[in-house]
Ligand binder design. Sequence first.
Ligand SMILES: Cc1cc2nc3c(=O)[nH]c(=O)nc-3n(C[C@H](O)[C@H](O)[C@H](O)COP(=O)(O)O)c2cc1C
Ligand code: SF4
Length: 502
Amino acid sequence: MKKKGADRSQILDRLEHHGGLTPGASREIHKETGIPEADIYGVGSFYSLLARPEPKHRVCQGLSCKMAGSDARVAELKAAGTPYEEVSCLGQCDRAPVAIDAQMELVSWGPRGRVSPASADLPINLAGKEDPNWTALAAAKQMGAEAVLHALEASGLQGRGGAGFPAHLKWKSVRSQAETTRYVVVNADEGEPGTFKDREVLLRRPHLMLEGMAIAAWVADAQVAYIYVRGEFSAERRAIEAALAEAAEHVGDLDIRLVNGHGAYICGEETALIEAIEGKRGMPRLKPPYPTVQGLFGMPTLMNNVETLACVPAILHRGGAWFKDCGRNEAGSKLYCISGHVVFPGVYELPLGVSFNELVQAAGGPVGTLKGFSPGGASSGFLPMSLADTPLDFQSLAKVDTMLGSAGVVALNTTVHMAEAAQWQQVFFEDETCGQCAPCRIGCSIQRRAIDSFLKTRDPADLEHVEDVHWEMEAGSICGLGMVASKPLQTAIQHFPEDFGQ
Ligand SMILES: Cc1cc2nc3c(=O)[nH]c(=O)nc-3n(C[C@H](O)[C@H](O)[C@H](O)COP(=O)(O)O)c2cc1C
Ligand code: SF4
């Protein structure tokens, strides 16, 4: 029988308290809570930081880290007999190659990335001074919720987590639900290789995100706000905690809960993240129903990305029209991450719609001769330099059959073989699929084996099913991961045939 008060949303907390799935941990937690041991084990084994908790270095295998020499770091650790694990991505592409040590603190071999110089004309202004005076929340309360929604609509703000969904529509939808128990969730699970912009917001301007979150909760009339922060973000978590201490006197009755991720990229997908907060394996749900209608614990839930929320204070201070004019074809400024072969990798806040060429200039110019780029994280695949003047915005990139996603831009020079770059990205997706739908689970494996085989034989026949498998995955997957998981290989072959013997 379950003990009184035991609910499965405690599973992840308790596992964390026990230091992961250490020997006997699931049995202990079963005794403490009455939750079946198999259930506890099943949940814990989904999350890499809990499933393999033993102290060790975790060496990033993301595209930028691979290009900067992560294999050499692995070889050094191996030679020294230091325990290590190769992991998907640590969100530090600007200082590649990186690892985290046994205490989960960053070990970096590259210099710290840059951000745009401070300017009062930037809505987020990463290099600006934190000014936690909470005047935007006060302004929101004075204007009233409907006026806030009008300002948001006028701003044209689209979600910065990847899908680009208009923010005001989501806020309105939650506000209009008949159910009065409502939640706000901040998605700070940033884990897409190439992406590290939310990290900079959390480290430099955590108050902007918190104030945006408090305004969202006030407009949506939500009682509880969750901040789900990726498990590998230790310094970022400390920055949020420090900002939360100062937030307490401003947020009234809003109950704010900080939740740790445990090493699963898929938990950035909104419904998987909800499952994780509920204490389950982070497997995406079928949509509809959308979280705005039936989200966390079955209640209306407003989930936004860190950057989306960080834009809100400036919109209320300076008006929707001002924010809109910060962009080009689409509204607002955008935090672009750039790493790989540029002089100063970093996060640059620029008008939404700058081109890759302009972004490279902002980052100090190219290193070597560029041959291509990834416009929006691993999910966006690769583009050739003939498309380097395409605006990096949601619609323009869709027109060339890719996406802005999380704006994790990676520059690749002529030293990179595109078959190898594609292989690294396919390994990422094969490692990170949650495995619940067959097209994604099997497709990730087939694509990975195809590129492995091609790299051994150099026989283009090894790649003859790539397009068909890509189509199956795009059409038959439940969530966005499976739909794009073979994009790196498919676009590398399409745009760089010379690297594939074609
Ligand atoms: C595989 C996958 C991973 C995702 N990872 C993130 C993430 O790390 N952070 C994020 O904000 N959104 C991520 N998203 C998008 C979320 O599902 C969701 O659209 C977003 O959090 C909504 O916030 P926004 O409207 O402010 O963009 C991911 C989506 C998919 C399909
Ligand atoms: S598409 Fe892939 S990651 Fe998404 S739910 Fe299906 S198996 Fe899981």
